[in-house]
Design a protein around this ligand. Structure first.
Ligand SMILES: Cc1ncc(COP(=O)(O)O)c(C=O)c1O
Length: 507
């Protein structure tokens, strides 16, 4: 039916053509090739380019428009059309299993490291606020301001980014429909990988469903392929540790940012074996920054490759937002860089960028890439838009405002005597040193003061290093900061937490 309507509409449009005789028109109608005629006709094609005549989309898709009656699809005989009489009740596990699981949960509750998720819907309407309820869907006085989101620059609700996502969903649907090698590679994926390679000044880039998967897959695959020894900073993220362990290659952990210790370990390594040195540029919980140049030089002195996670730096540092290595003019010293699309860029997904052969090896052998559905085309389109915005003047201005915001927050907290960990990055960690107190701080700030900052407990940080991790975005105002500090004052005195003039804790 739809195709009949289309054909009739084309026929009406085609009657405007002074060269088309009735016979040709009726032949074209019979052979269903009207739009082909229209495209070839000098008058119609011109009218079409000028937008005077628009033809409904007609396609000569192979196998779609074959002549002759279509064979009927025979539905299989369904034996069970009725709904089941009983609801499928959830069954408990056998008691032996349940008791082990419950013991583990109890242990987490006993040491206050049991995790609960704060259910908050961040709003695009007024950053950095979030709704604590599902209805009504608009901001109210009781809603909370968010102080710990990794959507550092608010790109997840940038109108151009959301516009690109929505437009691509309308054109291509919501899912990629397959793994990268089985139907899940669209033009958007290719464009995004080209954009990322360009951003980092590398030959190639490779997308993953997250940077956790990117780090795990890359270190695991490369470690095995190169039969390499892997040297890992003590503060490295769980995803790198997983990749290194999964490679089953010899692993050497050096003290956080400690060049002497790394050199000591490298010197003891097998001189005939390949080596990889893995570290982060910005450490996400404590806010420390790696001596990128020195670490790279040291690794290269021992012929090791450098793998650098720039997850908390891409979008935020460097002229084009390519990360801390770009800001320091060191990007060329990094052999493999990994990054996320889920933090500054505001979407989801991860990637690595490196040389052509290295990317080709991970693409061809990495199971975390091969055996999983690729990110949706809409996410890829949104990411290209976000990366391009942050690579240009708008991005540079956002970065400046971001910097001004987190510097001011740090100064205000220090002036008020709060124990802010000393660090040079955009993270503002407040030392608590006790899991229960960190959780109580978080709960009181949320319930009483409508401020959300997540307590960071073991295993994300070592025991005794529990903290509140503050993130200020360009949308946090000085007035909001003053309110936060008065709320913290209240919580601090209620929990009897110490203030200090000159707080110092080796980070
Ligand atoms: C340092 C670091 N690397 C990797 C990841 C994983 O990134 P993604 O969220 O894209 O999986 C995180 C995430 O939270 C991280 O903090």
């Amino acid at each position: 039916m739809a195709s009949l309507i289309k054909t009739a509409a084309v026929a009406v449009a085609m009657r405007k053509c002074p060269f088309l005789s009735n016979e040709v028109l009726s032949f074209a109608l019979k052979s269903r090739s009207l739009s082909m005629f229209a495209k070839k006709c000098p008058v119609m094609s011109k009218l079409m380019t000028q937008g005077v005549v628009t033809l409904p989309a007609t396609y000569d898709l192979k196998g779609e428009n074959e002549a002759g009656p279509e064979e009927e699809l025979k539905l299989p005989t369904l034996t069970k059309l009725e709904a089941p009489t009983q609801k499928n009740e959830a069954q408990p596990l056998p008691p032996k299993y349940d008791s082990i699981l419950n013991d583990n949960i109890e242990a987490k509750k006993r040491d206050s490291t049991y995790r609960t998720f704060q259910v908050l819907s961040r709003t695009a309407e007024k950053k950095p606020y979030a709704m604590a309820r599902t209805t009504p869907l608009q901001l109210e006085d009781e809603d909370v301001s968010v102080w710990c989101s990794n959507d550092y620059l608010g790109m997840s609700s940038h109108p151009k980014v959301t516009g690109a996502v929505i437009d691509t969903i309308n054109r291509h649907g919501v899912g990629a429909g397959g793994t990268r090698s089985i139907g899940g590679t669209s033009h958007y994926h290719v464009e995004l990988e080209d954009t990322l390679a360009d951003l980092h000044g590398k030959d190639s880039a490779l997308l993953f469903s997250s940077c956790y998967v990117a780090n795990d897959t890359t270190l695991q695959t490369l470690g095995r392929v190169l039969n390499a020894e892997i040297y890992s900073d003590q503060g490295n993220h769980a995803s790198m540790i997983a990749g290194i362990n999964n490679s089953r290659m010899p692993k050497f952990v050096f003290r956080h940012n400690d060049l002497d210790h790394l050199e000591e370990l490298l010197a003891k390594g097998d001189p005939d074996r390949m080596k990889i040195v893995a570290f982060e540029s910005v450490y996400s919980m404590t806010g420390t920054i790696a001596p990128i140049e020195e670490l790279c030089d040291l690794a290269h002195k021992y012929n090791a490759l450098t793998f650098v996670d720039e997850v908390h730096a891409v979008g935020l540092y460097g002229y084009h937002g390519a990360g801390l290595a770009e800001e320091r003019g060191m990007a060329h010293k990094i052999d493999i860089v990994s990054g996320t699309l889920g933090k500054s860029y505001g979407l989801v997904g991860g990637y690595i960028a490196s040389t052509g052969p290295l990317i080709d090896v991970v693409r061809s052998l990495g199971s975390g890439l091969i055996f999983t559905t690729s990110i949706p085309p809409s996410t890829a389109a949104g990411a290209v838009t976000s990366i391009n915005i942050l690579a240009q003047q708008e991005g540079r201005e956002l970065r400046l405002r971001h910097r001004a915001a987190y510097n001011l927050l740090r100064v205000k907290l220090l002036k008020a005597g709060f124990p802010v960990l000393d660090c040079p990055s955009h993270i503002v960690p407040l030392h608590i040193g006790d899991a229960l107190k960190a959780t109580l701080c978080m709960d009181t700030l949320l319930e009483k003061h409508k401020l959300y900052v997540q307590a960071i407990n073991y295993p994300t940080v070592p025991r005794g290093r529990e903290l509140l991790r503050f993130v200020a975005t360009p949308y946090h105002t000085p007035r909001m900061m003053d309110y936060l500090i008065s709320a913290l004052d209240d919580v601090w005195s209620n929990l009897d937490l110490p203030k200090c003039e000159n707080f110092s804790l080796k980070n």
